[in-house]
Design a protein around this ligand. Structure first.
Ligand SMILES: *Cc1c(COP(=O)(O)O)cnc(C)c1O
Length: 340
C-alpha cells in the first residue's frame, strides 16, 4: 500500500482492495475459481439479475485477533443461508465447500487490508450471486455468477455503541406475508429503500417493521434483527417474514450461556412499554442499542434506554461476541474459521 489506511477512521463504505474472486455456473455445473483485480463485471444487458431481481447476497466479517491470526466468523451459517436464498429465487446454490474456499481465498489475497487488532475495524466480505443469462420473459436464468469482494470497514455507526432511535410506520412493508423476507435477496432492499430514507430524513436509524399481515407484531429493524430484554429474558420475534440473522442466532446462544432464558415468539407492539433493553443486531453493527421507538401512526413514544445508555445485558452480549471474534475469549461453540 502506498499509504497506510487510517484504520481508526474507516466508515462502512467501499475501499478498493487488490483482488476479488468469481466463479460461474454453466451447463449445470460450477466452473473454476477466477481471481480478478478489476472491480467491474461484464454481463449481458438482458441478464435476469438486472431486470427481475434474480440476486442474493451475504455479509460476513474477518478479524485480526489478539494472537495475530485472522478469523472469519460463522462462515458455515452464511454459506447455508446463501444456499437457501439462491434456491428461494431459483438460482443454483453455491456448495458450502466452494463458498468456504472462495471466502478464504478472498481474505488471503487481500491480507494487507485486514485491519490490525485493536483498531475496531474489520474486513467485510460480500458474497453475491446473480443470474446472468439473457432472458426477456420472466424466467429463471440457467447461468449464474458467484463472486466475493472484500473491503475494510469501520464501525457501522460513527457514533459507536450508543442508543439511537427507530420508528414504526405502517404505510410501508419490507416484504409480503408469504414473500421473500426469509431470504437475503436484493429485491427486499429495493422494497425498503424509500421507507428507510424517510426514516433517516426524520432522524431515525431505521424503520422497525411490523409483521406485514396483521401489523400487530414486531418483525425487524430494516436490515437488522430485533431483540429485547424483558425481566431477564432475551426475547426476539418469531416470524416468517424476517431474515434469520446469524448475529441474532449467536446472541441467543450467548444469552443462554449467560444464564438468560430465551423466547422466540410473537412480540406485540404494545409490549415495547414493558422491556428494559432493546437493540438491532446484524453483522455490520453487531448490536445497536435502541434508545426510543416512535410509533408515528399512533403518536406513542416508547422510551427504552431511560438513562440514555446501552443496557447491561446488551453491553455484555456485545462484548462477549466481539471477544470471541477477536480471539480474546475461547471459541467454545466453534464459530471461527482460522485463515492459515
Ligand atoms: C443481513 C440481514 C440481517 C442481519 O443478519 P446477520 O446474519 O446477523 O448479518 C438482518 N435482517 C436483514 C433483512 C438482513 O438482510
Amino acid at each position: 500500500m502506498d499509504k497506510e489506511l487510517d484504520w481508526g477512521n474507516l466508515t462502512f463504505g467501499y475501499v478498493p482492495t487488490d483482488y476479488n474472486v468469481r466463479c460461474c455456473y454453466r451447463d449445470g455445473k460450477w466452473g473454476e475459481i477466477e481471481v480478478s483485480s478489476s472491480d467491474t463485471i461484464n454481463i449481458h444487458m438482458a441478464a435476469t439479475s438486472l431486470h427481475y431481481g434474480q440476486e442474493c447476497f451475504e455479509g460476513l466479517k474477518a478479524f485480526r485477533g489478539k494472537d495475530g491470526k485472522i478469523r472469519i466468523f460463522r462462515l458455515d451459517e452464511n454459506a447455508a443461508r446463501m444456499r437457501r436464498s439462491a434456491e428461494g429465487i431459483m438460482m443454483a446454490p453455491v456448495p458450502e465447500e466452494l463458498f468456504r474456499e472462495m471466502c478464504i481465498k478472498a481474505v488471503k489475497l487481500n491480507e494487507r487490508f485486514v485491519p490490525p487488532y485493536g483498531s475496531g475495524a474489520s474486513l467485510y466480505l460480500r458474497p453475491l450471486e446473480i443470474g446472468i443469462s439473457a432472458k426477456v420473459g420472466v424466467k429463471p436464468a440457467d447461468e449464474f455468477m458467484f463472486m466475493i469482494f472484500v473491503t475494510p470497514v469501520g464501525p457501522y455507526f460513527k457514533t459507536g455503541f450508543k442508543p439511537s432511535n427507530y420508528c414504526i410506520m405502517r404505510e410501508y412493508d419490507r416484504v409480503a406475508p408469504k414473500g421473500t423476507g426469509q431470504w437475503k435477496v436484493g429485491g427486499n432492499y429495493a422494497a425498503g429503500i424509500q421507507a428507510g430514507e424517510r426514516a433517516h430524513s426524520m432522524g431515525y436509524s431505521a424503520v422497525l417493521y411490523l409483521d406485514p399481515k396483521e401489523k400487530k407484531y414486531l418483525d425487524e429493524c430494516g436490515p437488522a434483527n430485533f431483540f429485547a430484554i424483558k425481566d431477564g429474558v432475551y426475547i426476539t420475534p418469531s416470524s416468517d417474514s424476517i431474515l434469520p440473522s446469524v448475529t441474532n442466532k449467536s446472541f441467543t446462544q450467548l444469552a443462554q450461556d449467560l444464564g438468560l432464558k430465551v423466547e422466540r415468539r410473537h412480540i406485540a407492539v404494545e409490549e415495547l412499554a414493558d422491556v428494559q433493553e432493546a437493540a438491532a443486531c446484524g453483522t455490520a453493527a453487531v448490536a445497536s442499542p435502541i434508545g426510543e421507538i416512535d410509533d408515528i401512526d399512533t403518536g406513542t413514544k416508547y422510551v427504552i434506554a431511560k438513562d440514555g445508555n446501552p443496557g447491561p445485558v446488551t453491553t455484555a452480549l456485545y462484548n462477549k461476541l466481539r471477544a470471541i471474534q477477536l480471539g480474546e475469549e475461547e471459541d467454545v461453540h466453534g464459530w471461527n474459521t482460522i485463515v492459515e
